[in-house]
Design a protein around this ligand. Structure first.
Ligand SMILES: Cc1cc2nc3c(=O)[nH]c(=O)nc-3n(C[C@H](O)[C@H](O)[C@H](O)COP(=O)(O)OP(=O)(O)OC[C@H]3O[C@@H](n4cnc5c(N)ncnc54)[C@H](O)[C@@H]3O)c2cc1C
Length: 436
């Protein structure tokens, strides 16, 4: 039995192990710092209290229940030891014949220390729950504030990054402010906090069509979101966000969705990295310089797909397709068959902007509005793991959309700081780790 160790149970790692576990001849161990898989596209709905974290997460051990050749090891990868064919994790060492690295990316603060310390990222379930708490705490602070200036500062929200995540959370927070704050916070009814959406590029949703960009700008402006493009966040000091055009915005909440950088892998001296510090691989996802180490998903980049000479976008579908293909290729390798190079089958991209409004760039055409929103809902329910999660999410959405009143606005702040996460770059300096 070949020992396959996979680091990271996101879209890439999980699809890889699910596919490979269908074949005999492999003993597979999935290593992850969390004991669950989660669905990042809906993190912003957890952060805004619209759905529960458990709606979009699923425990690995439950998934592996009936798989005799699949094991789970909870721990954070610390180092690869290629000469010994071992990896060192925060919870022990593991031997491998073949190593698959699928540990994704982390938030990129572009070297801005104050921003890294004080802003609120949106990469993990912990981030989303921390942000939810912080927004709710800021609203309570606004209620207690004595001066208009203090109230506005507590209510202002700045979102850095006008990609799909920034657009989606801006729209959702604007709607929650409109429908819920007015009903539940009588003390601040007359104080209008502002949602500022800042993007360094020339337009929102820069990777999507012109039609999608114009629609996002129009719908968010209509909801009262103040949009600035061609401007970047330069610093965040003493509750003031400083922009590249010199403007200063007093705000307790800076949400950071501006970019990611590949997680660093210790112990691989021959590693070649490309754009965004991604690990360069050949057409079969084999890491350059190593014969039995592969990298898939967001952490990797390959330039051999003729349709994507500069590498693929960091998207769920790329990760899923790479995971499945690598599993089939390893099986082919073991049985002496030819390997297939990775070619991305681009199915398009979507973003939800507000209640009943979304934009979709599909392979041959773009669409916007209510129909695009319905497709968005459908597409985001299908890939969730577990029928219970799908049904719960569908019900939550149905209920929240019709009565405009999701009830998850709970501030849960356990006093004892948990030992997870296992790496230092998670959690937040200001808040204790949330155990949900
Ligand atoms: C907020 C948000 C919204 C998004 N929306 C969309 C969208 O709408 N559509 C879309 O196509 N894409 C979207 N993406 C991008 C998409 O989620 C990624 O492209 C995809 O998750 C990449 O999959 P992956 O398996 O490579 O990495 P990930 O999904 O990031 O998985 C990495 C895994 O590795 C684990 N890990 C990390 N470091 C270690 C370590 N040291 N040791 C052990 N385990 C480790 C993590 O816990 C995680 O389980 C979004 C991303 C975010 C953050």
């Amino acid at each position: 039995m070949k020992k396959i160790v996979v680091v990271g149970g996101g879209f890439a790692g999980l699809n890889f192990v699910k596919e490979l576990s269908k074949y005999d001849g492999f003993q597979i161990t999935l290593v992850d710092r969390n004991n669950y898989h989660f669905f990042p596209p809906l993190l912003y709905q957890v952060a805004s209290g619209f759905i529960e974290a458990s709606n979009i997460s699923y425990p690995f051990r439950r998934l592996f229940q009936k798989k005799a050749n699949l094991r789970f090891h909870m721990g954070a990868l610390l180092e690869v030891m290629p000469e010994k064919q071992y990896i060192k994790t925060s919870t022990g060492e593991l031997p491998y014949d073949i190593l698959v690295i699928a540990s994704g990316t982390r938030t990129n603060y572009f070297g801005m220390e104050n921003v890294a310390r004080e802003a609120w990222p949106m990469k993990t379930i912990n981030d989303a729950l921390n942000l939810r708490n912080h927004i709710l705490m800021s609203m309570e602070k606004a209620v207690r504030a004595q001066t208009v200036e203090e109230k506005n500062q507590a209510l202002n929200i700045v979102i850095a990054g006008g990609g799909p995540t920034g657009v989606e959370i801006s729209g959702m927070l604007a709607e929650l402010g409109r429908y819920i704050a007015a009903k539940e916070y009588p003390e601040i009814q007359n104080f209008q906090g502002h949602i500022h959406l800042i993007d360094a590029g020339p337009s929102l949703l820069s990777t999507m069509s012109k039609k999608a960009q114009t629609e996002a700008q129009k719908v968010l402006s209509h909801l009262g979101v103040l949009i600035q493009t061609g401007v970047s966040v330069k610093d965040y000091q003493d509750g003031t966000v400083i922009l590249s055009n010199g403007e200063k915005i007093r705000s307790e909440v800076l949400i950071w969705t501006s970019g990611v950088v590949a997680n660093h892998i210790e112990g691989l001296p021959h590693l070649v990295t490309g754009r965004g510090k991604r690990i360069v691989t050949d057409a079969f996802n084999c890491v350059e310089g190593y014969k039995n180490i592969y990298a898939i998903g967001d952490i990797s980049i390959l330039n051999t797909d003729p349709a994507f000479p500069d590498g693929h976008p960091q998207l769920a579908q790329v990760a899923i397709q790479q995971g499945k293909l690598l599993a089939r290729n390893l099986k082919n390798l073991a049985s002496g068959k030819n390997l297939n190079p990775f070619r991305y089958n681009d199915k398009g991209s979507m973003a939800i902007i507000s209640k009943f409004k979304a934009v979709a760039d599909l392979r041959h055409f773009s669409m916007k509005g209510y129909f695009a929103w319905l497709i968005w809902l459908f597409i985001h329910i299908i890939p969730l793991i577990g029928y219970r999660n799908k049904a719960k999410l569908a019900f939550n959405w149905f209920w929240s959309f019709i009565n405009n009143n999701p009830t998850l606005r709970l501030i849960i702040r356990p006093g004892k700081i948990s030992e997870t996460p296992l790496t230092a770059n998670e959690g937040h300096a200001q808040d204790p780790e949330i155990v949900h």
